[in-house]
Design a protein around this ligand. Structure first.
Ligand code: DX5
Ligand code: ZN
Length: 225
């Protein structure tokens, strides 16, 4: 099973995003994870539409756009996307998930739903077949540098079974404190896409390149599922 490394660019060096992007390209990164926060769904502001446009002009690496915004159905159209990009919205942020999925699909890109820690997987099951990715938040959305919430791990195995039964290519992504140790557990439980941030790829103890090598050696071991 292919495993996908998706560095969270908000954990990179904000004064030198150009260098960070070169590092991503030199290390065959699969997706650039972009956290979009509106100060309402989460108590923080980060990257937005301009960053998405600049990245499109700068690199061919597809984008994994993580919307932490209320009423995503009204905001999907703000983003310029390509067919290989993914737009993920939080199921807790809208009363009409189907409308958001339709809106994302109408843009010709891939669609994903993110689940906050206290949201049960049953919330996403009705939409599973239409989606390309599920993001399991393993921390409360809003900030980098937090610690893993252990009970969120249980969702990985259950959703892995559910998406496996669909028999189609699927990204089961984990986001939040995906450290080297946590990535090993998450991988064993069936995750295949890893948002890697401050506790792994951007860890200052080693170079980005060495961190990617170590991370890859951990996740390219087949899962138990
Ligand atoms: C948090 C974001 C994450 C965050 C990850 O709301 O969705 O993508 O940037 O950062 P770390 O890896 O430090 O938890
Ligand atoms: Zn994220």
């Amino acid at each position: 099973m292919k495993k996908y490394i998706c560095p969270s660019i908000m954990c990179g060096n904000w004064l030198h995003f150009d260098e960070t992007i070169r590092q991503f390209e030199n290390n065959q990164i699969d997706y650039i994870h972009i956290d979009v926060m509106d100060g309402e769904f989460v108590p923080n502001y980060t990257l937005g539409t301009d960053m998405v446009s600049v990245l499109h002009q700068t690199t061919q690496i597809p984008l994994d756009i993580h919307l932490m915004v209320v009423h995503p159905e009204l905001k999907v159209d703000y983003f310029q996307v390509g067919k290989d990009d993914i737009i993920t919205f939080h199921i807790e942020a809208t009363r009409c998930p189907q409308a958001v999925i339709d809106k994302i699909k109408s843009k010709g890109c891939k669609a994903g739903i993110a689940l906050s820690p206290d949201t049960n997987i049953t919330a996403v099951l009705p939409y599973l077949e239409q989606l390309d990715m599920i993001t399991i938040m393993t921390v409360y959305p809003g900030f980098a540098g937090q610690s893993l919430i252990p009970y969120t791990l249980d969702k990985i195995a259950s959703l892995h079974k559910a998406v496996d039964a669909l028999n189609k290519p699927y990204l089961l992504e984990v986001d939040g404190n995906v450290s080297f140790d946590n990535a090993k557990i998450m991988n064993e439980m069936g995750a295949n896409a890893f948002v890697a941030g401050s506790s792994s790829l951007f860890c200052k103890d080693h170079s980005f390149e060495d961190n990617v090598k170590q991370f890859r050696s951990i996740i390219e071991v087949s899962s138990r599922g």
